[in-house]
Design a protein around this ligand. Structure first.
Ligand SMILES: Nc1ncnc2c1ncn2[C@@H]1O[C@H](COP(=O)(O)OP(=O)(O)OP(=O)(O)O)[C@@H](O)[C@H]1O
Ligand SMILES: [Mg+2]
Length: 451
């Protein structure tokens, strides 16, 4: 018989007197009894609360009742067997291990699902808040006011531009965290790091069997993962032109279609895009779609480079030092005034990220010396690097003069203080060089030393 082998179904036949005539192996396993101790006995002797026996008495089928046999949770059915009007037996079957395992499996799946949900949430969480953005400059304070306002408009697209390391990602996090979407996912996509041929499936997902090698069950795209939350399209300028048009469509209609899919899915996602490239220039040169640029550029947050906001260096430095000291477990937490002034004179091509790196190095050097204070000697910026930088106290004219003075003095020294030779090298008239040397008070004798 089919049910004889069925691991999940226990089967029993009772005759008209309630005597067990047959039962399968699964039932014996549940009862934990040998066949000869069961077959031929009355059903109530083996299972005193037998529902099959009630069916035998009433002639009424009982379907899908829950009961516990020998500690096993089961789902039973008892069907009367008729000969005309007369009940001549009962066929009972009970889904047992199946139900028991099923509940366990379901519990396990649910707890796993919660684990994965937590993990997805952890992976897609914005960590920074506006409170983490340190600044004192008017430019940055104004930008923060604008960014806080835009955070309140949960569907407004934001474009963040600025040189590398200026804090674009920091702002994207802060906007998400200050918005009503803060409990929902914040999904960062680094458009520069995803190979061109995978970008579409990463962003929009695919259905099972969409292409060879596609994962079973398909794949959720980042837009779907970010539903009700924020998607942060970092390095947006790196999106190839053909994908730019698809992106535009998604942004306009808030609808995504998975690769190989037939039904578009409605989404509700705020888009924040960032780049350190000049998108307007890219639009002019045809490498970035103008319509996409307009669509992204609803609110534009332009973060100025650090060298243009020297006041911020004074504020950011102690905070970064404090965080770094904790992370690196070093004791130095203070910076000497002249070291801080040195930092204020440097041009920071790598902006705050470079400041973090230089401070990290200086903290380690100070720690190695056993110093609790960071001094200028711990800061790895050479005088040459400082010389070429604009600082807040100097005008451009002063800077150019200073640069000229250094250049003339250095050339003169290289030419063994031969003024006509230096003039030739500098491609200028010797009389002009003499005039300038006088102007800058540069000594033309050999004992002159630069600085
Ligand atoms: N105003 C600030 N206050 C504190 N930390 C800052 C500030 N601006 C930037 N940072 C820190 O500088 C580092 C670089 O910031 P972020 O990654 O946001 O820059 P980015 O503009 O996205 O750079 P990239 O263009 O290279 O991706 C981060 O560690 C960030 O926390
Ligand atoms: Mg970034």
């Amino acid at each position: 018989m089919l049910f004889e082998q069925n691991r999940y179904m226990a089967v029993v036949f009772l005759d008209q007197d309630g005597i067990i005539k047959y039962l399968n192996e699964t039932y014996l396993e549940i009862l934990d009894l040998p066949r000869d101790q069961v077959v031929g006995r009355h059903v109530l002797e083996i299972t005193p609360h037998s529902r099959a026996y009630i069916t035998l008495q009433t002639g009424k089928a009982k379907v899908g009742y829950e009961w516990i046999v020998n500690g096993h949770h089961t789902l039973g059915t008892a069907l009367p067997i008729f000969d005309g009007d007369k009940v001549i037996g009962v066929f009972g079957y009970t889904m047992c291990l199946d139900l028991w395992d099923g509940k366990n499996i379901l519990d396990e799946i649910l707890s796993n699902l919660n684990l994965y949900k937590d993990e997805v949430h952890r992976l897609h969480t914005a960590v920074y808040r506006f409170e983490d953005i340190y600044c004192a400059s008017k430019a940055m304070t104004d930008i923060i006011i604008l960014a806080r306002q835009v955070a309140n408009h949960p569907l407004t697209t934001v474009l963040i531009t600025g040189e590398s390391g200026t804090g674009k990602e920091l702002f994207a996090h802060a906007i998400h965290n200050a918005s009503r979407r803060c409990q929902r996912p914040f999904v960062r996509v680094n458009c520069a790091a995803i190979p061109e041929n995978l970008l579409e499936s990463e962003l929009f997902g695919y259905e099972e069997g969409a292409y060879t090698g596609a994962k079973k069950g398909g794949k959720l795209g980042k837009f779907e993962v970010a539903d009700m939350g924020t998607i942060f399209l970092d390095e947006i300028a790196e999106v190839p032109l053909n994908m730019q048009s698809k992106l535009l469509f998604v942004l306009q209609d808030q609808v995504v279609e998975r690769l190989g899919g037939v039904h578009p899915t409605k989404i509700n996602v705020r888009v924040i895009a960032a780049t350190n490239r000049d998108l307007e220039k890219m639009v002019r040169s045809g490498s970035f779609r103008q319509d996409l640029y307009y669509r992204l550029n609803v609110v534009h947050i332009k973060i100025p480079p650090l060298r243009e906001r020297v006041e911020d260096i004074r504020i950011i430095t102690p905070h970064i030092m404090c965080n770094l000291s904790r992370r690196l477990n070093v004791s130095a937490r203070k910076i000497d005034d002249s070291a801080l002034s040195l930092l204020c004179k440097y041009a920071w091509p790598g902006n705050v990220r470079e400041l973090e790196n230089i401070l990290e190095r200086s903290l380690i050097l100070a720690e190695m010396e056993g110093s609790r204070v960071v001094y200028s000697r711990h800061i790895n910026i050479s005088d040459e690097e400082i010389d070429f930088n604009l600082s807040e106290e100097k005008s451009l004219k002063n800077m150019l003069d200073e640069y000229e003075r250094k250049l003339l003095a250095k050339t003169l020294e290289n030419c063994q203080f031969d003024v006509p030779g230096a003039a030739r090298q500098l491609n200028m008239d010797p009389s002009s060089l003499y005039r300038k040397l006088r102007k800058y008070g540069i000594c033309i004798k050999k004992e002159f030393s630069i600085n």
